[in-house]
Design a protein around this ligand. Structure first.
Ligand code: PMT
Length: 400
């Protein structure tokens, strides 16, 4: 997919610059031609020579000093590229791009470019969470920049949080998704996917939750987006990086998920509910951390949460509604009952006791059930393959 693509890689000055070297190497292995534009501060972390050797092209750093080396106007880099990637993108370059500041080569190329630009923010988590940075990211998204969410985990500064530059393989997968999106067979369809588990707070530090990682739902969102659909991903807390070209709505509780889904529902053609939704929430949420009880047991009263999917089934007009069923026994009868009770067009049943199926693994073993009683059993396969098969079924069923 990247073969023959011309990519300008912008590299800014963060500790993650070392990953950009590997990114260039991997992009070239995929057949892409890469030209690197570095900021002066990026050049303090890794020398331009390194990028020159790895990319096989001259590296541009300064607006003035190296102009003649290229036999190409610096600004022409913006026209040469099929698309641009900035990785790592510091808070500084995001702020410049969001506000039209062009005071060095990279910011000038970004402002001059008419090609799609993928930004991969990477920075200290407090800088990332700062409302100024968040505002800039929102502005950039509104201007049409494609933002790859940073990863969560331990950062170079010693703290933990959101702000890690994704691995080069993840950036490449994101980039491929972005390219595929323009050519897929699900163009024009609006698909809402829910993923991961909802969490119900007990007190400021504890919650009632489940083992869902989000892998199944994110795989569906990724494949749907790669096949050209306009995808909204409503996700409970997850450490996964959302796929490209997907609108992400982050939620925590079941009620938040319900509100987010209902807000988009009327507009959707297809809804796929892979999330593991907490059926109950604590009757009361303690304002302060609950101290260890002096007697043996701590009793928490749980109230029933709304059933989002059932509500969607009741409100259904044009939407094709797909549920998931996570079962530990009576897989087929329980799943079939959910189709009826929730007015679904299809359900994906997984027995979560089977090895390689269900929660937090990369594979799944599923059966597709339909309202007419038809059952299709799939072998164990990757969650991405399940997502492909699922979307094929949805497409076929909608065309009947
Ligand atoms: O995220 P992973 O680690 O990859 O794991 C994948 C998975 C096991 C979570 C996924 O494959 C799966 O089975 N998701 C559905 C889990 C679930 O909540 O099943 P359920 O049988 O309890 O619910 C049936 C359906 O109703 C689901 O589509 C669920 O999203 C929905 N539901 C459930 C309860 C509720 N209050 N509201 C709902 O909308």
């Amino acid at each position: 997919m990247l073969k023959g693509k011309k990519i300008v890689l912008g590299v800014t000055g963060g500790i993650a610059v070392y990953k950009a070297v590997d990114l260039v190497s991997k992009l070239r292995k995929e057949g892409a031609e890469v030209r690197v534009v570095m900021t002066e501060s990026a050049a303090k972390f890794v020398t331009p020579l390194t990028f020159k050797e790895i990319s096989g092209n001259a590296v541009a750093v300064s607006m003035w000093a190296e102009a003649q080396e290229f036999n190409v106007e610096h600004i022409a880099l913006a026209d040469w590229a099929d698309f641009m990637v900035v990785a790592p993108a510091t808070a500084n370059i995001l702020a410049k791009a969001a506000n039209g500041i062009a005071d060095d080569l990279l910011s000038t190329v970004l402002l001059a470019s008419k090609t799609p630009i993928i930004l991969c923010p990477a920075m200290n988590c407090q800088m990332y969470d700062n409302p100024i940075t968040q505002n800039n990211l929102k502005k950039l998204a509104d201007y049409g920049f494609i933002i790859m969410q940073p990863g969560t985990g331990r950062l170079a500064c010693g703290t933990s949080g959101k702000g890690r530059l994704p691995e080069p393989a993840e950036i490449i997968a994101f980039t491929k998704n972005f390219i595929a999106h323009k050519e897929g067979d699900l163009q024009g369809l609006k698909i809402l996917v829910t993923a991961a588990g909802t969490r119900e707070p007990i007190d400021p530090v504890r919650f009632v939750g489940n083992r869902s990682s989000g892998k199944m739902g994110y795989a569906v969102a990724q494949v749907a987006s790669e096949r050209g659909a306009d995808v909204v991903l409503v996700s409970g807390p997850s450490s996964l990086i959302p796929p490209a070209n997907v609108e992400v709505v982050n939620v925590e509780t079941t009620r938040e998920m319900m509100n987010a889904v209902l807000a988009k529902y009327d507009d959707m053609d297809i809804v796929i509910k892979a999330a593991a939704v907490a059926d109950y929430c604590p009757h009361e949420v303690a304002e302060q951390k609950i101290k260890k009880a002096t007697d043996d047991a701590l009793k928490i009263v749980l109230d029933k949460n709304p059933d989002i999917l059932k509500k969607l089934g009741e409100l259904k007009t044009k939407q094709f509604l797909v549920g998931f069923a996570a079962e530990t026994q009576n897989l087929l009868s329980n799943a079939a009952e959910k189709i009826k009770k929730k007015n679904l067009d299809m359900i994906v049943a997984n027995d979560v006791t089977v090895a390689g199926a269900g929660f937090n693994c990369d594979t799944n073993v599923v059966k597709f059930l339909f309202p007419n009683g038809e059952v299709k059993s799939l072998e164990k396969m990757s969650k991405l393959e399940v997502a492909q098969a699922l979307l094929n079924e949805v497409k076929a069923a909608r065309n009947k």
